[in-house]
Structure formats: C-alpha cells, structure tokens
Ligand binder design. Structure first.
Ligand SMILES: NC(=O)c1ccc[n+]([C@@H]2O[C@H](COP(=O)([O-])OP(=O)(O)OC[C@H]3O[C@@H](n4cnc5c(N)ncnc54)[C@H](OP(=O)(O)O)[C@@H]3O)[C@@H](O)[C@H]2O)c1
Length: 304
C-alpha cells in the first residue's frame, strides 16, 4: 500500500508527501537526485533514463499507487508509456495524473498519457489545474544565499518565480492577461485532491478541473499583494509581443515564453474564468485564497 510520488520534490508532490506523512501512509519520493527533505524516503528516478524506472520497486515492492507529474514536452508518451507499463507489471493498481485545464484525453502532451491510462483500464484520476498560486517547496539544508536562490527557483512559475524579480526590482508584475480573471489554485489544494484519490477505498475514475475558491485578475492580485506587503505592487498590462520580450529578458527560452504569453491571452479572453461555471462533478474547488497564500509566504517578497 505504498504510494510512489513522481515530482515528489516539486510544488504539488512535496505537499502530497507532507499529507501522506501526516496521515502515516507509506510513500516514496522519486527525484533525479534521489534526495528528499528528511525524514522522507526517496529514490533516484529520471523520466529520461528508463534504467531508473525499476528503482522504486526495488526499494519497496509494495508500491501499488503512483502520483504522476510528468516533465513538459510533446513526446511524453515515449517515456511515460514504458513506465506505466512497468508499474502495472509491478503491481500498481491506481494512478493519479496531473495535467492542466486545457489538456484533453487523446490530445497532445499530457492528453496522450491521460488516454493511455483510459486504454489500460487501470484505476485513475486526472487532476486538471488552472494557474497555480505557487507554493514554496521544502528545501534541503542550504546556506542563506543558496536558500534565497532556491526559494526563487523552486517556488513557482507564477508569483514567486516569473513575477518574483519584477516584484522585488520594480514593485510590479506584468502580463498579457489584461483584465481577465483566473481561479488561482493552491498547490496544497491540488495535493489534497491527489491525497483523497490515492487513499480513498475506491478512486473516482474521472477527470476534473482543479480550481481555487476565488476569481482574480492580475491587477486584483497585485492589489491584494500590496495590502499584504504594505507597499504598492502594480500590474502592467502588456500586449502579447511585449510579454514575450519580458519573458525573454527573464531568461526564459523563447518557445516557452511564447507559449506562456499566448496562454495569458486566453486568460484575457475569459477562457480560464469559465471553468468556475463547470458543474460540481467536473471540478474540485480548493479552500485556500490568494490572500492566504500571500500572507503565508510574505517573507518571499519582503525587502530587507
Ligand atoms: N504552474 C502552473 O500554473 C501550472 C498550471 C497547470 C498545470 N501545471 C502542471 O503542473 C506540473 C508541474 O507540477 P509541480 O508544479 O508540482 O512540479 P514542479 O514544482 O514544477 O517540480 C517538477 C518536479 O518534477 C521533477 N522532475 C523534473 N524533471 C524530471 C525528470 N526528468 N525525471 C524525474 N523527475 C523530474 C522534479 O524533481 P527533481 O528536480 O528533484 O528531479 C520536481 O519534483 C506540470 O505538468 C505543469 O504542466 C502547472
């Protein structure tokens, strides 16, 4: 009855590890380094090295459920497929897959993995989150300078990563989201849904959207952050071209920056807000608000 957490050192995986630990449920964290915060058990696992796929089952042959966080890329099935096959042979009976609101079974990238789980007829749940608020992840022992850098890198693509530098340097965030609102979701809420699916007597065998409890535009988010930090943070509304440039200046690879800026325009068109109107059985609405997230992580954006 052991859970293997792939992406177990990441934002949602580490939150899931904490929940399983608190509930006294056995689990193993998979990571490329084979390291995880004490006292979690961990194993070397690399999606891009099939030679590591057996490692978790050697450490604990009783693994029978897996949380799947698969690194980005269009060709995920080339490595996710063989791992899922092996896991089934080793006795895994249920999978919880993390994708995103836009991912559909049979579609590109995560969609193919989703479809594969359906085709295999295994017990599954597919969690489809909207934009993350972006929690911090526990970090192995580091000195002060490394810790600050690691907080920056590990935190998130959103408030504590993409936006971190401009919040610190210019007291602003910029985006091509315009006045579009998003149901920002907390990684802790995503982890709670994963925990529920992994530990329930019977898994749901369905896919659903993972949303936060409130809709906020980036301008509203900046206002909330301002009130938490006690200094004004503004939202600069960029065109998509300006935003691509902005991401380039941040050092983001161009295709990633373009994809992200394009995704922001879909927020501007209200395409992320509409998920709030989904029927109850097609969504999981978390409890944690953006304001709570900012308050709990206030130290990240404080200036000394
Ligand atoms: N951010 C958003 O707003 C958002 C919204 C919707 C969906 N998503 C989806 O969420 C997923 C990311 O989840 P997350 O935020 O919880 O993770 P994360 O914080 O981005 O961390 C990534 C994890 O994957 C592991 N990893 C990366 N490359 C690996 C490899 N080659 N082999 C094995 N492990 C590897 C890393 O572990 P090590 O470095 O220790 O190996 C780390 O634990 C992505 O699929 C993304 O599309 C994100």
């Amino acid at each position: 009855m052991t859970t293997l957490i792939t992406g177990g050192t990441g934002k949602t995986g580490s939150a899931l590890a904490r929940l399983l630990y608190a509930a006294n449920r056995p689990f193993i964290v998979a990571s490329r380094s084979g390291q995880a915060p004490e006292p979690f058990k961990s194993v070397v696992f690399n999606w891009h090295d099939a030679g590591t796929f057996e490692n978790p089952f050697k450490v604990d042959p009783s693994i029978d459920r897996v949380y799947l966080v698969i690194p980005p890329g269009m060709d995920m099935m080339s490595f996710a497929g063989p791992f899922i096959d092996l896991a089934i042979v080793k006795g895994v009976k249920r999978f919880v897959l993390l994708t995103s609101t836009k991912s559909v079974a049979g579609g590109p990238a995560h969609g193919k993995v989703h479809q594969y789980l359906l085709d295999k007829g295994v017990d599954y749940a597919v969690l489809k989150p909207t934009w993350f608020m972006g929690e911090l992840v526990p970090i192995l022992s580091l000195n002060g300078k490394e810790l600050k850098m690691a907080l920056f890198l590990a935190a998130t693509e959103n408030f504590a990563h993409s936006y971190y530098r401009s919040i610190m340097d210019k007291d602003e965030i910029s985006s091509a989201t315009g006045d579009g609102k998003m149901p920002w979701v907390s990684c802790e809420d995503i982890a709670q849904a994963a925990f529920n699916e992994l530990t329930a007597e019977k898994i749901s065998n369905k896919e659903y959207f993972m949303l936060g409890p409130e809709l906020h535009s980036c301008s509203e988010a900046a206002k909330i952050l301002s009130s938490v930090l006690g200094r004004e943070i503004t939202h600069r509304k960029n065109t998509v071209e300006q935003q691509v440039e902005e991401f380039k200046k941040m050092g983001m690879p161009e295709p990633v920056g373009k994809a992200l800026a394009f995704a922001q325009t879909s927020v501007a068109e209200g395409k992320e807000a509409v998920f709030m109107d989904e029927p109850e059985d097609r969504k999981y609405v978390g409890k944690r608000t953006l304001e709570q997230y900012f308050r709990e992580n206030r130290h990240v954006w404080m200036k000394e």
